[in-house]
Design a protein around this ligand. Sequence first.
Ligand SMILES: Nc1ncnc2c1ncn2[C@@H]1O[C@H](COP(=O)(O)OP(=O)(O)OP(=O)(O)O)[C@@H](O)[C@H]1O
Ligand SMILES: [Mg+2]
Length: 258
Amino acid sequence: MEQIERALRKSREQRRTAVGHQNGTAAKIRLTPAATHTQTRCVSLAPSLLDAHRVVSAAVHHPVTDVYRSLRAQVLQALNARDKTTIGITSANHGEGKTLTAVNLAIAMAMDVNHNVLLVDADLRNPGVATCLGLEATLGVSDYLTGDATIADCLVHPRIERLTVLPARNRIGNSAELLASPQMVHLARELKERYADRLIVYDLPPILTVGDAIGFLPTIDATLLVVRDGATRVPDLNRALELLGGYNLIGTVLNGVP
Ligand SMILES: Nc1ncnc2c1ncn2[C@@H]1O[C@H](COP(=O)(O)OP(=O)(O)OP(=O)(O)O)[C@@H](O)[C@H]1O
Ligand SMILES: [Mg+2]
């Protein structure tokens, strides 16, 4: 994996914006009261399922929890420095750890008492957030996009304080068109305006495999690229970095390091 590390180092040097180069906490982020969930469907998560799915950020004692806390600090600092609130998690190809990173990052952010967080599953063709959290999505982004539900109908509060989830209930075949569609852009704008006090984390599709993510990137403030140790090929990494370069890439996450 030396090649990957070299490519990552080079991209960081070129951009000088990589998350890994940020230190400290987000001093300028506004303090906000915890969001209320009076109308939101509440669902309790099963600790055994979270554990089985490697969702560890809510755990008090877990060797990997600190890694996500550190990622949180760096992401918050990068967002804060740009006065931004929305971030998309993507990768070059399938299965490189986007959903796991998005879920753990969102929970880690919500565990910080200063932040209300909305986690949105925007991988409409291959939704994974609900499964990763072990919750059943009765309504989701697709129902909103087809006009069968309001945003409020789709939101779930997983009984983790300050965290709200907007799942994607089922696969949508033509998601490439839908993700970059005016309805989806409208959804992103609406979420940002309506939940102005929240940080919004989007779990995106892979950037090289389908056109979805690229079309949606202009609507979000920042992106984070997940790279899987032993899986992401260097040419794919370079191509993904190239594509994301124009869309506020704030850094990379090296996932699955032994
Ligand atoms: N660091 C890791 N260690 C072990 N397993 C991992 C790690 N990261 C991800 N996985 C596992 O690999 C699989 C793919 O991870 P995940 O769903 O997060 O990737 P993804 O990029 O969202 O995939 P997709 O493109 O299919 O949506 C999952 O089963 C997940 O639990
Ligand atoms: Mg996924």
